[in-house]
Design a protein around this ligand. Structure first.
Ligand SMILES: [Zn+2]
Length: 386
């Protein structure tokens, strides 16, 4: 890959990654990570390209880099650091992937598991037509680097963070924190920079050893840790799911900003992103999606929906759902093998039209019809927020 291609790849992915997660707006924290990032770039092995450092609005604990100079931190990982030195170590590790021009291998990293993406549990390939495919940018963000590359990035992370004055041994401490968190969460939520390494314990030891070597080499007698200043910096950072973006309580999904709620079918998984809410049962045979269909009339939205998914209308009827005007459609999508049946409720609420769809193979549709119906019938104005 030429440098030009590499930069183009990162640039193309960036808006898709930001659209998926949403940007976390904290100007002071943003300014801080950018200053440290640029300072590190200056002393790095590759300072002749432009770098961007961003905070994405996700509770998962992760940091990742895409080619051409893009580095992302989740608010989740920023909330997990105990001091600036830990942050600097991970920053250096991610910058290292870019400066050493590591290329991703065709292997998913742990982010898919961390995000619990519905795309991963839809087992009927025909239904995947309805699941927004992960953008190329997100697919790139979810790829792994090889183990040797991870080792090299650890080395570069130690070097770079020491060179801008930080105590790189804190990076090893952070790995230990993650291991502890990981053990207590049952091993599911391993950030990318731990998951691809064969032995996290060994890695921690290696990083600690390298940190001492670099401290000596740079004659750093008083390396910066900055615990309290960092904790003050992240004071007020949202930890865990942001309830403003929607939350689940007692099997009900509440969206306090858009002011709606509905009951989740028992045993179904829910995935909430800025663009849509998706639900699916464990067996992956069906899918429900809630999206905003825009403004205008119910009929216009219905036509648009039929066209978008190449659906043939079976029947439609007007209804009132908890006092809201709605149009229910039953429609089929013919595929090369078999037919997919869709129950769609278009619901007018607060000047917008919501599209709530239930989707399964036509042969299995009778098994899900009542679940689809009761779920869309449950859509209502938000009444109870804790
Ligand atoms: Zn890495």
């Amino acid at each position: 890959m030429t440098e030009k291609q590499e930069i183009a790849m990162g640039k193309e992915s960036d808006p898709q990654i930001m659209a998926f997660f949403g940007s976390y707006e904290d100007p002071d924290l943003q300014k801080f990570i950018n200053e440290k990032g640029q300072a590190m770039v200056k002393i790095s092995h590759r300072s002749d390209i432009a770098y961007e450092f961003k905070i994405v609005d996700s509770p998962v604990v992760n940091a990742f880099a895409t080619p051409g100079g893009y580095v992302y931190f989740t608010r989740g990982i920023l909330a997990s650091f105990n001091n600036e030195a830990e942050f600097a170590g991970v920053l250096g590790h991610e910058i290292g992937h870019i400066t050493a021009r590591h290329s991703v291998i065709q292997q998913r990293n742990s982010m898919l598991g961390q995000l619990g993406l519905i795309a991963g549990i839809i087992l009927v390939p025909e239904l995947s037509d309805f699941v927004d495919p992960l953008s190329a940018g997100m697919q790139l963000a979810m790829m792994s680097f090889g183990r040797e590359d991870e080792r090299q990035s650890d080395k570069l992370g130690v070097e770079y963070s020491t060179r801008i004055g930080y105590d790189a041994s804190e990076m090893a401490e952070f790995f230990k924190t993650l291991e502890r968190q990981n053990k207590s969460s049952g091993g599911e939520k391993v950030p990318e920079f731990l998951s691809t390494h064969p032995s996290p314990e060994k890695r921690t030891i290696t990083v600690a050893k390298l940190a001492e070597e670099w401290k000596t080499k740079m004659k750093l007698t008083n390396p910066v840790v900055n615990g309290d200043p960092y904790l003050r910096r992240i004071d007020g950072l949202i930890v865990g799911e942001d309830p403003k973006q929607g939350f689940i309580e007692n099997n009900t999904f509440y969206h306090p900003v858009m002011k709606f709620q509905f009951t989740i079918p028992r045993g179904w998984k829910l995935q909430n992103t800025p663009q849509q809410v998706q639900l699916a049962p464990e067996n992956g045979e069906a899918l429900m999606m809630l999206t905003l269909a825009g403004k205008g009339t119910l009929e216009a939205s219905a036509n648009q929906l039929l066209e978008q998914y190449k659906l043939t209308l079976v029947e439609s009827k007007k209804e009132t759902i908890h006092g809201l005007n709605a149009l229910l459609l039953l429609a089929d999508q013919k595929q090369e093998e078999g037919t997919i049946r869709v129950l769609s409720a278009l619901i007018q609420y607060e000047g917008m039209i919501y599209s709530f769809m239930g989707i399964s193979e036509r042969s299995k549709f009778p098994n899900y019809q009542s679940t689809f119906l009761s779920t869309v019938h449950n859509f209502q104005e938000l009444t109870a927020v804790r």
